[in-house]
Design a protein around this ligand. Sequence first.
Ligand SMILES: Nc1ncnc2c1ncn2[C@@H]1O[C@H](COP(=O)(O)OP(=O)(O)OP(=O)(O)O)[C@@H](O)[C@H]1O
Length: 355
Amino acid sequence: MVERTAVIAALDAIIDPVSGQGLVAAGLVQGLVVADDRAGFALEVDRSQAAAYAPVRDAAEAALKALPGMARVSVILTAEAKPAAAPRTAGLSKAAVDQGRAKARVATDRPAHVRRVLAVASGKGGVGKSTVALNLAAALAARGLSVGILDADVYGPSLPTMLGISGQPAYEDGAIVPHVAHGLKAMSVGLLTKMDDAMIWRGPMASQAITQMLTQTRWGTEEAPLDVLVVDLPPGTGDVQLTLIQKTPLDGAVIVSTPQEVALADARRAHTLFQRVNVPTLGLIENMSGSVFGQGGAKAEAERLSIPFLGDMPLDAALREGGDAGRPPVSVDPLGDIAERFAVIAGRIVAALDL
Ligand SMILES: Nc1ncnc2c1ncn2[C@@H]1O[C@H](COP(=O)(O)OP(=O)(O)OP(=O)(O)O)[C@@H](O)[C@H]1O
């Protein structure tokens, strides 16, 4: 059991190179969570200084790991835009000073230059939501669309493994430059923190990290906007998911379920959640169809809920192996059965989102 006070003291012993104060005193430590043998927080710095703070982040992580009883530490370096401090001036009028001051960013969760945002959700974990999200993104890209994928699954970010990407993304002109793999622009909370750190995010911190990845990543430009951003949501229908979908400007959602009765009950809850926030559920996808879980359950459920049934995906070793190896089957075997099934689903999504 690690004491919160010990964590704060350790962080305050690290000096912020800019203000010369301890990290806590300098106001850089946000959303600190201390739970049993784990701790995590976001180190919130000005965008232009994100790179310079990487060593500070490492020092903070090392200091917390050195505390007795600490097993896991997770520090995310964020780059919140802050209005520049008023420059020291001699004799300039306030109006003149204000002229030279950076304008505060207007807070919006809508990512710039992104035409549509599509959520992929599941009522419970382990149904293959991330696998479906990635291969669906690849199928949309195969239609000539420019596609991004945001792994918002803070509890188990799997996109880096499934796409074979690693390493913190670069910052350029105050924006996060997404990795590009298999033709997809990709961003994952797993790239901002150490992969093997347990995710201990709680509601506000999780949604803050996701909002930043959503709005501060350069998904598209004015000349070349992103057609669709696929957001792989954390599994479940709890508070974290609700906060997220309330804060994220979603144009539609698809729900992934296995054919099993319990999984379908969870899918129903996911649909209800989207209804509550007026996000259209574009349909249900049955994954691991024909497996021990049965077949056809999702189609019947979609009819009951009066939402479209988008298609089914069999239990297929290529999907699992491709995921483990960073080679999504839709990209590496574009003529195969899996790619064909995802192409049909992608076609339905394109129509529903008017892409
Ligand atoms: N149709 C399929 N056939 C074979 N394996 C699959 C299929 N769909 C998913 N898998 C495998 O099942 C495991 C869980 O899949 P995935 O990580 O996509 O699920 P998830 O619902 O996103 O999980 P979590 O909720 O934990 O994030 C992975 O090993 C994946 O490769």
